[in-house]
Design a protein. Structure first.
Length: 256
């Protein structure tokens, strides 16, 4: 079985693939620092709870945007899962072409999302990932990743409101129903939610205008992607497992 690992700024998401099918999905928070033993024992315990033995995992692939934890994390994989993981980075075969000024500077999470979207849904395609940061990336019909936009994520914006003002509280991110809100919490929710909708629609339209291609499919992923995709006609598809699927596709490329 293949273990695909997406290490983000907030969470680590794991996917267990059995004969190319995503059989299990789970996550834990990114906590710095953890030792290799802590990572290894945590992963083994979760696998057992999901009905798997650590020995069931024969291959591991990782995409990470948190370099500080990689030594301990990969050491834990090697010690406890007995696998030397593939780490997506410069030189990894992906099946798409990185057509930017410095391909080595493009985050592996963006590349993995682009692979998952392009292979599953074709191109041209725009990928919107609503994670700790929100990213919008464009892939052409012939599989060229041409770059995109990086914005503060919704949670980052909410934390900034709470931490940098005297009287604004922490809030749940949700659609308040009305943009003309009647009290502070729903006013904050309206600003964050509808502000993200406005950002989404404007950026997607600008990408289409700059590319000169109007018939572009848009796929969304990430924690808040479902909520956003349900509230705008600019997003065609929501795929919660896009990153894990992209990792599985990249893994297959390495084995050919």
């Amino acid at each position: 079985m293949l273990l695909a690992v997406d290490i983000g700024n907030t969470d680590i998401t794991f996917g267990v693939f059995n004969y190319r099918k995503l059989a299990a999905r789970f996550r834990c928070t990114v906590k710095v620092p953890r030792t290799s033993d802590e990572y290894g024992e945590l992963l083994c315990n979760i696998l057992v709870q999901k009905g798997y033995k650590p020995s069931d995992i024969t291959e591991v692939i990782i995409a990470s945007v948190v370099p500080q934890i990689m030594y301990s994390f990969t050491s834990g994989i090697i010690k406890y899962i007995k696998c030397h993981p593939i780490v997506v980075g410069a030189g990894t075969k992906t099946g798409i072409r990185i057509d930017t000024s410095d391909p080595r500077k493009i985050g592996p999470d963006r590349i993995v999302d682009a692979v998952g979207a392009y292979v599953q849904y074709g191109g041209p395609i725009i990928v919107a990932d609503y994670g700790t940061a929100t990213t919008y990336d464009f892939v052409t019909a012939d599989g060229a990743f041409q770059g995109g936009v990086i914005c503060p994520g919704v949670r980052i914006s909410a934390d900034a409101l709470c931490n940098n003002t005297a009287n604004l509280p922490e809030i749940e991110i949700k659609c308040p129903g009305n943009i003309i809100a009647k009290e502070t919490i729903s006013s904050m929710q309206a600003g964050l939610f509808y502000g993200t909708i406005g950002q989404t629609e404007y950026i997607i339209r600008r990408i289409k205008a700059e590319s000169g291609i109007k018939d572009v499919r848009v796929v969304a992923t990430g924690g808040l992607g479902k909520l956003i995709s349900e509230s705008t006609d600019e997003i065609d598809i929501y795929d919660a497992d896009l990153t894990l699927k992209g990792l599985e596709l990249i893994y297959k490329k390495q084995k050919r």
